[in-house]
Structures are given as structure tokens and as C-alpha cells.
Design a protein around this ligand. Structure first.
Ligand code: EPS
Length: 392
């Protein structure tokens, strides 16, 4: 099974990652990972940090002559901004003379981190809780994603809404996307189209409204959230299981999305909307053309009984507006116990487009593990021969 861990503070020297369990014989380069890191850095509404960084990983181990060895893969991503934080983030020393932050930002991990870990400086919580960590998460997960692509499984995403700029005609978008849905690389193609938009929205009028809303909200010192859709195509029938709660793939996929910073809601396809409809309007009737079993609709979002049914996987995630506000909410100074304005720490106005790229990444390990459980082996070649022998 594949597992990964990340380490690193937002303004520390580097982010570090280890990915274990990737089968041998997978072609891999740093450039391949860096392409996904670049995508994560994009999006209208991002803050000053993204102008400082140009995220690139170095592969330290687990790869030889462009091919994985089956051993743990170690990655490092250096934070360019760390040169401006050497004293504040020093590993050695006693921190004397460095300002301690005692005012938590509502909505962030500042307060809970301060209390939980017994810090005397909110900075300790800010640094690790920062969404900067997602850069290494994307790097680690991209390796796993590359493994899935070897088997024709592709992941993509696009943004459905930012603030009140909500995609108006979903049915029209679905018609436009239909040609991609059946192809194994369809999700990737949809993501490529979304990449052409600064907000990763596939509908022009909605895209324009989203951009002007971000511009307006930035002026008022506020932030914006939104909803994005993660799609997976080329998925075989039978990944996951209904026999035990923790083996249900829908539960695992939604957990992965929920673990991303600022994500506060997740659903499978239109899960919440479907709750208002009749069963006859929600379930996907079977079709039979010659001997091919099919469906005309995919309201189940590719999952039935917690198991993939061969249709495209559709996941939605809602990102709350970023917690750091230029026009801050009220807070309490934890040292003086006086009411004050929350601190302003440089941040983004809207990071929904970046979050959708992160969403693509984090579902990869879940899918890869379900895939390995069914078709697993130690090398890509070995798994390929097993995969070829599958049924439906
Ligand atoms: C981020 C880097 C951070 C933030 C952002 C995400 O950099 P800095 O703290 O230096 O501005 O821009 O993190 C948040 C919005 C947050 O609330 O944690 C990145 O690399 O994506």
C-alpha cells in the first residue's frame, strides 16, 4: 500500500515529503511533478507569496535513471521566502528578541494550536497549519497520480462557483463535457480546459463574474470561498468495498478532500440536491446495447455501495473563504486578555482554483490503494499483467 508524509513550516527552509509503496518501474521526473506544482500556484486572487515562490521539487531518493525503484521516494521543495525569515524561523537558538504573536485569527488554527500544544507564540501554529503544506502534498500525490495514469485512470477538476458567481447552466456544461466523460483521459482534458481560465471556471460569463467579485472583495479587505468538482475517468468497476465501513471508497475519497485546508463540505455528485428528489429521479437506470451494459446518467457519481461502478467519479468540495482578513474580525489577545482586532498576516483573497488542483492530487492515493488492493504487485509490469486479466 502507498502512504505519504509531509513535513515543513510555511517559512521554514523547505517542505519535505516521503512517499512509500510506489511500485518499481514507474517512469518519473521532477519536471512531471513541477508541472502540477505550477498549476497549484495559479489562480486569480492569490496573494504575494505566490509571486515569491516558483515551486520546484528535487527528488532525493527512490528513483534511478528516471524510474522508481520500489523504495521510499524522498522529495524536497525549498521555500524561497525562507531567506526573509531566517531569524524568525531559526532551528537553533532561544528566540530572544523575536516578537511573539498572541492574537489569533478567527477561523485559522491559531487559537486551537496555541491551546492544544501549549505554545506561547501563535506563530508556531500559523507555520504548520498554513496551506503552504499543500505544495508538498501535491508533489507526493503527483507521483501516485502518475502510477494511476499508467493504467488509464485520469484525474481532473474545475471550479463550479466562487462566492456568488455560480455556474448558471450546469446542464449545458454537462452537454459540452459529455464527449470527455466516456474517454479514459476525459478528466485530464476537462482539467486542461479549466487551466485556461484564471479561476478554472469553464463557463465564460461565470468566469467573468467570479473575477470581478474577487476584485471587489479584495478592495473591501475580505475573502471568498467556492465549490470545485473533482473528476476521475478510466476507473474500472470494483475499487473499494461495501463489506466494512472503513473500506468504502466514497468515505475514503471524501475524507481525503475534507483534509485539505479550508474545505468545509464534501459531496458525491449532487448528493445534497438529490436528497430533495424522488428515487426515480436520482438513480441511474441500466441500459443494454448489444451485450454492453451501460447507463444514460451518472447521478451516483461513479460510486454505488462505496464501490466504483465504472462511471466517472464525481466529487464536490466546498472551500470556505480564507480566514485571514485584511479587515479583521474581533479577537482576544491571549496574553493581555483584552479585545483587539485579529492580526493580518499576508494571505490570499481567494484560493479556490488552487484548492481544486490540490483536490485532484489528494484523491490519487485513495484510488491507488484501492487499485493496488485489487490488482497489486511490486512492479508496474507485474500489475499491468494482472490488470489486463480483469473482467468487466
Ligand atoms: C500558501 C502560502 C502561504 C499563504 C497561503 C498558501 O504563504 P504566506 O503565509 O507566506 O503568505 O499564501 O496560505 C493561506 C492562505 C493560509 O491561510 O494558510 C501556498 O503556498 O499555497
Amino acid at each position: 500500500m502507498i502512504r505519504y508524509l509531509t513535513s515543513g513550516e510555511s517559512h521554514g527552509k523547505a517542505l519535505v515529503g516521503i512517499v512509500e509503496g510506489v511500485p518499481a518501474g514507474l517512469a518519473l521526473s521532477a519536471d512531471y511533478i513541477n508541472h502540477q506544482l505550477l498549476r497549484r500556484q495559479q489562480g486569480y486572487g492569490r496573494g504575494g507569496r505566490m509571486r515569491i515562490e516558483s515551486d520546484k521539487v528535487e527528488i532525493l531518493s527512490g528513483v534511478r535513471f528516471g524510474s522508481t525503484l520500489g523504495s521510499p521516494i524522498a522529495l524536497v521543495l525549498r521555500n524561497k521566502d525562507s531567506t526573509n525569515w531566517l531569524e524568525k524561523m531559526a532551528v537553533e537558538g532561544d528566540g530572544k528578541g523575536i516578537e511573539k504573536i498572541t492574537i489569533p485569527r478567527p477561523g485559522h488554527a491559531d487559537f486551537v494550536g496555541y491551546v492544544k500544544y501549549g505554545y506561547d507564540d501563535v506563530r508556531n501554529a500559523i507555520e504548520r497549519a498554513s496551506a503552504r503544506e499543500t505544495a508538498m502534498r501535491v508533489a507526493c500525490c503527483t507521483i501516485i497520480r502518475k502510477f494511476l495514469e499508467e493504467f488509464g485512470i485520469f484525474i481532473g477538476s474545475h471550479v463550479l462557483c466562487i462566492g456568488t458567481a455560480v455556474l448558471r447552466d450546469r446542464a449545458q456544461l454537462d452537454r459540452a463535457m459529455r464527449k470527455f466523460m466516456k474517454a479514459s483521459c476525459g478528466a485530464y482534458k476537462i482539467a486542461e480546459k479549466a487551466d485556461e481560465s484564471q479561476v478554472r471556471i469553464l463557463d465564460k460569463p461565470t468566469e467573468e463574474r467570479a473575477i470581478s467579485e474577487i476584485r471587489r472583495v479584495k478592495k473591501s479587505g475580505d475573502t471568498l470561498g467556492g465549490v470545485f468538482e473533482v473528476l476521475v475517468t478510466g476507473v474500472p468497476v470494483g475499487l473499494g468495498s461495501y463489506v466494512q465501513y472503513d473500506r468504502k471508497l466514497d468515505g475514503q475519497l471524501t475524507q481525503a478532500l475534507m483534509s485539505v485546508h479550508a474545505v468545509k463540505g464534501v459531496e458525491i455528485a449532487d448528493g445534497f440536491l438529490n436528497a430533495q428528489k424522488f428515487g426515480s429521479q436520482v438513480h441511474d437506470a441500466f441500459t443494454l446495447a448489444k451485450s454492453a451494459i451501460g447507463r444514460k446518467t451518472n447521478r451516483a457519481g461513479g460510486l454505488e455501495g462505496g464501490v466504483t461502478n465504472g462511471q466517472m467519479i464525481i466529487l464536490h468540495a466546498a472551500m470556505k473563504p480564507i480566514s485571514t482578513l485584511a479587515h479583521p474580525l474581533k479577537s482576544v489577545d491571549l496574553k493581555t486578555k483584552k479585545m483587539v482586532d485579529a492580526r493580518y498576516e499576508r494571505s490570499d483573497v481567494c484560493a479556490v482554483p488552487a484548492c481544486s488542483v490540490i483536490g485532484e492530487a489528494v484523491v490519487a492515493p485513495v484510488l491507488a490503494n484501492a487499485f493496488l488492493e485489487k490488482f497489486g504487485g511490486d512492479s508496474v509490469k507485474e500489475i499491468q499483467s494482472r490488470y489486463k486479466k480483469r473482467g468487466l
